[in-house]
Design a protein around this ligand. Structure first.
Ligand code: ZN
Ligand code: ZN
Length: 270
């Protein structure tokens, strides 16, 4: 796909998603109030957290790609992460408005009759399935037909935490659409576990893009099949391997890790 069409689609998508609020069957005003709150919260956490992690990673840890040859593209990374958070906020505003208007959603604080172990089991299964989807999405975005929608993330060959969510809008939609599942009251999500996982995913993405390794974290995360800074940094520098986003499970199963014998020889990204 040529360069221009994905760029136009990515430019239009946030406006289209925001405009869907006009179709809110009960209260577009509530939708837009929720969109504002969601965007303010997500942008503050993602950009504020990235700033803190950037400062820490500048002082502590071992640089993966050696001394930087040129300054990082902080502004471009922050813009792209901020735009992705706007897409996520456009989605989150739907279940938030449903809750604000007094309707049940899939988010519960009290487990009621649900057994806690069943909810935990269901959550683990959900995480594996969503991580499998993120892996598949990433592989598809690396095909020549769809790479135009993923090019933005690979503009950062030696990323910083500001690139943690620096994906263009179409990819952001493909990543964050499961937020809409919260609109279904039958899809029970236990709020403390859900928000804990969301914060964990945000923190993991800061680490994956921080450009340095911390030995004890590199040793710990693979034990629970989670991605590491050293692992994901190779995806930025060499592009064709290590596609896992939160976990390394699907890279192992599909043998797409840099260390897998039958992977094509590594070719450094230009
Ligand atoms: Zn990345
Ligand atoms: Zn990629």
């Amino acid at each position: 796909m040529g360069n221009e069409l994905p760029r136009w689609i990515d430019a239009a998508l946030p406006m289209v998603l925001a405009a869907t609020g006009l179709l809110h069957p009960e209260s577009p005003a509530t939708y837009y109030a929720c969109l504002g709150v969601a965007f303010a919260c997500l942008a503050t956490v993602v950009l504020g957290g990235a700033a803190v992690m950037y400062a820490i990673a500048g002082r502590v840890g071992t640089r993966i790609q050696g001394p930087r040859e040129r300054p990082p593209k902080l502004g471009a990374e922050a813009f792209e992460s901020g735009r992705a958070m706007f897409v996520a906020a456009c989605l989150a505003a739907w279940p938030m408005a449903q809750w604000q208007l007094g309707h049940p959603t899939g988010m519960v604080w009290d487990l009621g009759d649900h057994a806690w172990w069943a909810v935990v089991l269901q959550t683990v299964a959900g995480v594996l399935v969503i991580d499998g989807w993120l892996y598949l999405k990433h592989r598809l975005l690396h095909t020549r037909w769809l790479f135009g929608f993923h090019r933005a993330h690979h503009a950062f060959r030696d990323p910083t935490p500001f690139a943690g969510f620096a994906v263009a809008p179409v990819e952001a939609l493909l990543t964050f659409w499961p937020i809409l599942i919260l609109c279904a009251p039958a899809a029970t999500h236990w709020a403390p576990l859900y928000f804990g996982l969301v914060l964990g995913f945000i923190g993991l993405n800061f680490y994956l893009h921080c450009g340095v390794t911390w030995r004890w974290i590199e040793a710990t995360l693979p034990r629970v099949l989670l991605n590491t800074s050293a692992f994901h940094n190779v995806h930025h520098s060499h592009v064709k391997v290590n596609f896992g986003e939160a976990m390394v499970l699907w890279d192992r199963i599909c043998r797409t890790r840099a260390v897998d014998a039958d992977t094509e020889p590594l070719e450094a990204a230009r």
